[in-house]
Ligand binder design. Structure first.
Ligand code: SF4
Ligand code: SF4
Length: 256
């Protein structure tokens, strides 16, 4: 995940010195980002960004290329139950019942639907960490290992994480898991190692239908800002006041 050849300790030391000189909380945030993600000195300014992701339910075909790309890009364990992003299929029936399945996060493909005559509507819902602006996972971490970067991305510093699972229990979206080899909390980072190089997350890059849109929340010219302007946007579990930054278009009210 980290850039090759960076003397991480020396770089973080330089940034700490810069923080002390400037006394700015933003610079302190940069130190945390550098320590957690191995960002090169001067290569990236997280205070200049505010990232989010858009997902158009009407465009998702459930192919799960995003899931496969994410696993490969981020070294996510291949066993089922470990996902930074996954696809759920919703089947709404005329009697008001809703079936949800996600075989191996969508990687195993979605089988035929039973009792098709009763089906009102089916659709796929990509899910991932919502990079909440008010994240309960950050609030409960007893050692400050999980934190918000100044660019709005919620990250985990593996060197601080003690694997207590508090954040996993606190996340209302099921977006975290305990990494079976590293024994630290893991989750989507928006492919942070790509962001700092000006690239979009791997899931966005491989989506064949453009169902995933990445960009800046506020800057009007970016694809995400346009997506939010031209669609009726909803978020998951808005009543929890987590202020998610995964923005959905064409989301059915039955999605949990
Ligand atoms: Fe934290 Fe879960 Fe929100 Fe991601 S979706 S920021 S893991 S509470
Ligand atoms: Fe949906 Fe795109 Fe993921 Fe395929 S790659 S499952 S279309 S979001």
């Amino acid at each position: 995940m980290s850039d090759q050849g960076i003397d991480r300790r020396a770089f973080v030391g330089d940034l700490v010195a810069a923080c002390l000189a400037a006394g700015g909380p933003v610079l302190l945030g940069m130190v945390r980002v550098a320590a957690a993600q191995g960002v090169g000195a001067g290569a990236y300014d997280p205070s200049a960004h505010d990232y989010g992701i858009g997902i158009d339910i009407a465009k998702c075909i459930g192919c799960a290329r995003c899931v496969a790309a994410c696993k490969a890009e981020n070294d996510v364990p291949m066993e089922p139950h470990y996902f930074n992003t996954w696809i759920e299929r919703y089947v709404l029936r005329t009697d008001g019942t809703v079936d949800v399945d996600s075989p191996n996060g969508g990687l195993d493909g979605f089988g035929p639907i039973e009792s098709e005559g009763d089906v009102l509507r089916t659709f796929f819902v990509p899910k991932l960490c919502n990079h909440c602006a008010n994240p309960p996972c950050v609030q409960v971490c007893p050692v400050g290992a999980t934190f918000q970067s100044p660019d709005g991305v919620v990250l985990v510093d593996d060197s601080y994480c003690i694997g207590c699972r508090y954040c996993i229990q606190a996340c209302p979206y099921g977006a975290r898991y305990l990494h079976p080899e590293k024994h630290v909390a893991a989750k989507c980072t928006f492919c942070y190692h790509r962001l700092v190089k000006g690239l979009v997350p791997a899931c966005v890059e491989v989506c064949p239908t453009g169902a995933r849109v990445f960009g800046e929340v506020e800057k009007r010219a970016t694809p995400l800002a346009r997506f939010m302007r031209f669609n009726d946007i909803q978020v998951l579990k808005p009543n929890l006041n987590t202020k998610p930054k995964a923005y959905y278009a064409n989301l059915d009210g039955e999605v949990r």
